[in-house]
Design a protein around this ligand. Structure first.
Ligand code: ATP
Ligand code: MG
Length: 582
C-alpha cells in the first residue's frame, strides 16, 4: 500500500498547541494524528487512526489467543442495570447521564460489568457452559474531573474491556492468570517499558488486582518498588507493615503539658525538646490527628472522621480516598469546626474524638503499646505518653499516611523507591459483586445453583497511543515502534527533477509490491520541509531518494538511532524488506 503525502489528509504544525502539557500530546497534534474537539475529546485523523487500529489488532490477537470472544455493546445504556448494582449513584459526577424523549434515564457506559453479567445470564444456564471470557473494544465515556494530556485522560476514550465468568475461585484465578499473560505479551509487542504493580481493589471487595503502568515521568500514577525484591505497588495499594505490639503495663502514665503556641508538629517537637519532657522527641513520636468528612454515595449528610498518623508524615488524600472508597472524602471547612467546638484546631487528640462519637482510624504503625505525644483537646495543651490500647482505642486502622522513599518494603526485603507511570491496563478479580446483584447462577452437576464469580480486565487502547508516544519520541518528533507505526517506510523524494520523482515512485511501487506499507512524500515541497515532516511523523525507516540516485544509491535512515547508510538502488528493496520483517 502506498500513501501519497501529496493527497494525504494531513497538515503538520510547526507550533506547539497551547494546551499541551506532555510531549505525546504536543507531538500527536503537531504531527497531525489527532485534533481536539472538546475537553477530553479528540478526533482521529488518518495517521492517528492507523496507529490506533494497529494497537487494537495486537490487543485483539492476544485476547483471542487466550480464548476471549469479542462482542460489542452499545455505549448508550439504560439506567436500570447500573441502579441494580448501585453504580448509578456510586459513579457520581463521573457518569455521563442523559434523558430520552420519553423521560427515561440513560447513561454513556463508563465500563460494562453490568451488561456482560446480564448477557451471560441471558444466554447460559448450565455449569457445562463455563468458563467463558468475553471482551469488547469500545468507546467509553467518563466525565473526568480533569481531562488532561490529550489522549492520556479523555472523557471519551477507547478501552478493551474483558470479563471472565467462572464457577469457582480456582477458575477465576486461572482466568486472571490468562489475562495477566496476555497483557504481558501485548505490552511487550507494543514496545513498552512497563511495570506490573499491586493495586487496590477499592470498594468492589475483590481479592487480587494488578495494574500495568507504562514508565513515564509524565504519568499520573505514583508507584513504588523495592530495591531488594520484585515488590512493586501503586502507592495507593501499599500496605504499611505494622510493628510488633508492646506491653502497656510498664509505660509511664500519660501527662498533660502546657505547651503554648505549638499548633504544628514542628513547634510541638521544639517545645518538648527545650522544656525537658524527659527525653528527646522527634516528629515520628507525635500523633497527628487530621479531621476529614466522608459521605457515602446516596447520602446527603457528611460524617466526621478522625485520622491519626505519625507526625512526621502527611496524610496522602489519594491513599485515604482509596482506603475509604466508595465514600467521598473532603477536608473540613471553618464552618465544620464552628459546628463542632470539641475540635480544638492544632490540639486535637483521640480523647475528644472518641468522647464525641467521631470514628477514629489510625495508621497501622499505631499499635497497642506505642506511646505518643498528641493534642490534649484544649488550646495550648498536649499530652505525652498517651498509650495506644491503654489510654485510647482506635476504631481501626487506615492506609492514609504518605509512602516515602526509603520506607521498608512491605514484603520485608529492601526499601522503597518511587517512580511515575501511566496506567495502561488493570486486571481485577471482582468476585461476586455483580453476579450477586443479578443472581447469575449456573445449574451445577447436582442441580444446585452455583453463583458465578467474575473478573474484569481493562486496557486503555486510545491511552496506549499516547503512552507509546510518551516513551518513543525525541526532540524532532515521534519515533514509533514498528509494530504500531502508521507505515513501514517513509520514502522522501528530495529533488525537483523528474528522474528523482520517478525513482521514488518506482521504489515505492516495488516496496508496496513486496507487502510493505509505504509513505511516499511526493509533494512539491523543499527537502528541508519533507525531512522535518518525516522526523515529526515518526515512521521507523526513512529512505531519501535524491542526488545519490545518479550514482545508483539512496540513503536509508533509522529514525530511532539517526544512523544513515547508503544502499545501492538495486539492493534497497531486499534490504528494506529484511529490515521490516526482522
Ligand atoms: P485512572 O486511574 O487512570 O482513572 P481507572 O482506574 O479509572 O484509571 P479502569 O476503570 O481500570 O481505569 O479502566 C481500564 C483502563 O482504561 C485503564 O487502565 C486506563 O488505561 C484506561 N482509562 C481509564 N480512564 C481513562 C481515560 N479517562 N482516558 C483514557 N483511558 C482511560
Ligand atoms: Mg479513572
Amino acid at each position: 500500500m502506498i500513501t501519497r503525502m501529496s493527497s494525504l489528509f494531513l497538515r503538520t504544525l510547526r507550533e506547539n498547541p497551547a494546551d499541551a502539557e506532555v510531549p505525546s500530546h504536543t507531538l500527536l497534534v503537531r504531527a497531525g494524528y489527532v485534533r481536539r474537539v472538546a475537553p477530553g475529546g479528540y478526533s482521529w485523523l488518518p495517521l492517528g487512526l492507523r496507529v490506533l487500529r494497529n494497537i487494537e489488532a495486537i490487543v485483539r490477537e492476544e485476547m483471542d489467543a487466550i480464548g476471549g470472544q469479542e462482542i460489542q455493546f452499545p455505549a448508550l445504556l439504560p439506567k436500570e442495570p447500573y441502579e441494580a448494582t448501585g453504580r448509578w449513584s456510586e459513579y457520581g459526577p463521573n457518569l455521563f447521564r442523559l434523558v430520552d424523549r420519553k423521560g427515561a434515564d440513560y447513561l454513556l457506559g463508563p465500563t460494562h460489568e453490568e451488561l456482560f453479567a446480564l448477557t451471560v445470564k441471558g444466554e447460559y444456564s448450565s455449569y457445562k457452559d463455563y468458563p467463558v471470557i468475553l471482551y469488547q473494544v469500545q468507546t467509553k465515556y467518563r466525565d473526568e474531573a480533569r481531562p488532561r494530556a490529550g489522549l492520556l485522560r479523555g472523557r471519551e476514550f477507547v478501552m478493551k474491556d474483558s470479563y471472565s465468568f467462572d464457577l469457582d475461585d480456582e477458575g477465576l484465578a486461572r482466568s486472571y492468570a490468562l489475562h495477566r499473560g496476555a497483557y504481558l505479551r501485548m505490552f511487550d509487542r507494543l514496545g513498552l517499558d512497563y511495570v506490573v504493580v499491586a493495586a487496590t481493589s477499592g470498594a468492589m471487595g475483590g481479592s487480587a488486582s494488578e495494574e500495568f503502568l507504562a514508565v513515564a515521568d509524565t504519568g499520573e500514577d505514583t508507584y513504588v518498588r523495592s530495591t531488594g525484591s520484585g515488590y512493586a505497588a501503586n502507592v495507593e495499594a501499599v500496605v504499611t507493615p505494622a510493628p510488633p505490639e508492646q506491653p502497656v503495663e510498664d509505660k509511664p502514665a500519660a501527662q498533660v503539658h502546657h505547651t503554648p503556641d505549638t499548633p504544628t508538629i514542628e513547634t510541638l517537637v521544639d517545645f518538648l525538646n527545650t522544656h525537658g519532657a524527659g527525653r528527646t522527641f522527634t516528629a515520628a513520636d507525635t500523633l497527628k490527628n487530621v479531621l476529614v468528612k466522608t459521605r457515602l454515595p446516596g447520602e446527603t449528610e457528611w460524617t466526621l472522621l478522625g485520622v491519626g498518623v505519625p507526625g512526621d508524615r502527611e496524610v496522602d488524600l489519594k491513599r485515604l480516598e482509596a482506603s475509604l472508597e466508595p465514600a467521598e472524602v473532603a477536608l473540613l471547612e471553618e464552618a465544620d469546626f464552628a459546628a463542632n467546638p470539641f475540635l480544638v484546631k492544632g490540639y486535637i487528640g483521640p480523647g475528644a474524638l472518641q468522647a464525641n462519637g467521631v470514628r477514629y482510624l489510625v495508621d497501622p504503625r499505631v499499635v497497642r503499646g506505642t506511646a505518643w505525644a498528641t493534642g490534649a483537646d484544649k488550646p495550648d495543651h498536649h499530652v505525652v505518653d498517651l498509650v495506644c490500647g491503654r489510654d485510647f482505642t482506635p476504631d481501626g486502622t487506615v492506609e492514609a499516611a504518605e509512602v516515602r522513599e526509603g520506607d521498608p518494603s512491605p514484603d520485608g526485603h529492601g526499601t522503597l523507591v518511587a517512580a511515575r507511570g501511566i496506567e495502561i491496563g488493570h486486571i481485577f478479580q471482582l468476585g461476586r459483586k455483580y453476579t450477586d446483584a443479578f443472581a447469575l447462577d449456573a445449574l451445577g452437576p447436582d442441580s444446585k445453583p452455583v453463583r458465578i464469580t467474575m473478573g474484569s480486565y481493562g486496557v486503555g487502547v486510545s491511552r496506549l497511543v499516547a503512552a507509546i508516544a510518551e516513551q518513543h519520541h525525541d526532540e524532532l518528533g515521534l519515533v514509533w515502534p514498528r509494530a504500531v507505526a502508521p507505515a513501514d517506510v517513509h520514502v522522501v523524494v528530495a529533488g525537483k527533477d523528474e528522474t528523482v520523482f520517478d525513482g521514488g515512485e518506482r521504489l515505492a511501487a516495488e516496496l508496496s509490491g513486496r507487502g510493505l506499507r509505504v509513505m511516499l512524500d511526493d509533494r512539491k515541497a523543499t527537502p528541508g520541509v519533507k525531512f522535518a515532516d518525516a522526523e515529526l511523523v515518526g515512521i521507523p525507516t526513512i529512505v531519501v531518494v535524491g542526488r545519490g540516485l545518479a550514482k545508483g544509491v539512496v540513503e536509508v535512515k533509522d529514525r530511532a538511532s539517526g544512523e544513515r547508510t547508503e544502499v545501492a538502488v538495486d539492493s534497497v528493496v531486499e534490504h528494506l524488506v529484511e529490515l521490516v520483517r526482522s
